[in-house]
Design a protein. Structure first.
Length: 431
């Protein structure tokens, strides 16, 4: 009997605690307390606002770089200069939460939007296919017999570096005539290996062949995203460039960008993404180099000035947690080389703590752009996304079944990939 009473008492107490916990969760001050992050990062000159219930009060550790303004229903912080600070929240005089506030130095970049021509030179030569050599003993592929696969990169032959396709032919003919196999160094995704390859003579053409299709460069078009005016570093495309045959990312030795002109548009439709058709500028003047081809785009430095004619003054940027759902604009070219503004909607955005390529979903709402392109088309990748006067990201991919919509990448990660440090904090002063 006594055990039953104790069990009943435990259940009653447990029920009371559960109801109290649920009530606490739905209690307005508690909900707002939970919604305020433990760490906040802003740029100098910015204001940030938090909702709060009237019993909650806030205090800042120092007024060196922050000004606090609080009302009954909100807290407002104004960042005046770079540095670290703390905000302490109290409920009825009891400390309930500490928020670390990092104020970054004011940072601005030039938005892009220009159509650019891209030429990538690979590390070594890329294997894009096998072919059979017609020999007296039948059709065979020496490259396939040597274990070389599509997507492999030939980096050395007989201990000598291979940089372009024309480097390969002399070794093939010499080895074929001597009967000695070639020592091939191959780079693959999981590392490097060596193999021996014996070229075979094609009886129809009387030449020795590897039995491989190879390529040493790739070309295409895209859109400039940003230019850092101080360092001349730039970012474009917002996604990796992959080989059209192997579908694998191109490993870049170097590359160049030139101006390009949009000649026509293949309009997109459901299940069939459209495309910008463009040509490189007639003078093919190189305006910058390419040093990196990554999941976040292509990056390098400019050697010529590029202006978009629409927004030629540096804009502040928004960090991933500062981007919000709602109206925005993109800058892109749909005719000749004229950069234009078009309306879009940021449908969803994820405040990412770590770099990721798909941070936003955007939808084209501009009637003029929808009429011209049907939405997002190939070649539009890299078009800068601007919200509330800030550069927030770049267009990356179209939804195949809905060309009006697609993904965007946050500008924070593109800048990080370009080697531009936006998070630099001033050194602590010695006490």
């Amino acid at each position: 009997m006594k055990k039953l009473k104790l069990e009943l008492l435990r259940r009653i107490i447990g029920g009371i605690l559960l109801v109290s916990l649920i009530s606490l969760i739905f209690f307005q001050p508690m909900r707002e307390y939970v919604s305020i992050p433990k760490t906040v990062t802003v740029f100098e000159g910015e204001n940030i606002h938090f909702s709060k219930a009237s019993p909650v009060s806030a205090h800042i550790k120092s007024q060196n770089n922050l000004t606090l303004d609080q009302g009954k229903r909100s807290i407002s912080l104004t960042a005046s200069e770079p540095g670290k600070n703390e905000m302490l929240l109290e409920y009825a005089g009891i400390p309930i939460k500490k928020v670390d506030v990092n104020v970054l130095k004011d940072f601005r970049v030039l938005p892009g939007g220009q159509s650019i021509g891209v030429k990538l030179n690979t590390v070594g030569v890329l294997v894009v296919g096998h072919h059979l050599v017609n020999t007296p003993d039948g059709k065979r592929s020496p490259g396939e017999l040597a274990g070389i696969k599509v997507g492999d990169i030939i980096t050395e032959i007989n201990g000598n570096k291979i940089e372009k396709m024309t480097d390969v032919a002399p070794y093939v003919q010499t080895a074929g005539q001597s009967g000695k196999p070639l020592d091939m160094e191959i780079s693959r995704e999981n590392g490097k290996f060596t193999t021996k390859l014996t070229p075979l003579k094609d009886k129809g053409e009387n030449t020795y062949k590897l039995g491989l299709y190879i390529r040493d460069s790739a070309a295409g078009i895209g859109t400039m995203t940003f230019i850092h005016p101080q360092s001349k570093k730039y970012g474009a495309l917002g996604h990796v460039i992959s080989d059209m045959d192997t579908r694998k990312p191109i490993v870049v030795e170097d590359g160049q960008i030139v101006r390009s002109t949009v000649t026509s548009i293949e309009k997109g439709s459901n299940g069939d993404p459209g495309e910008k058709l463009a040509r490189f500028s007639s003078d093919r003047e190189i305006v910058g180099n390419i040093t990196k081809n990554s999941p976040f785009g292509i990056f390098g430095e400019l050697n010529k000035e590029l202006k978009n004619g629409v927004m030629d003054k540096p804009l502040p940027i928004a960090l991933s947690h500062q981007v919000k759902e709602g109206p925005a604009k993109i800058l892109t070219v749909v005719d000749n080389d004229k950069v234009e503004e078009f309306n879009v909607e940021i449908v969803s955005t994820i405040p990412q703590k770590f770099p990721a390529t798909k941070g936003m979903v955007i939808k084209v709402t501009d009637p003029k752009l929808l009429e011209k392109t049907g939405g997002i088309v190939q070649g539009m990748s890299g078009s800068p996304i601007i919200q509330d006067g800030k550069l927030v990201g770049a267009v990356t991919h179209v939804f195949v079944n809905d060309p009006t919509s697609g993904y965007g990448v946050h500008i924070e990660w593109m800048l990080n990939e370009a080697g531009i440090n936006i998070y630099e904090m001033p050194k602590e002063k010695a006490s």
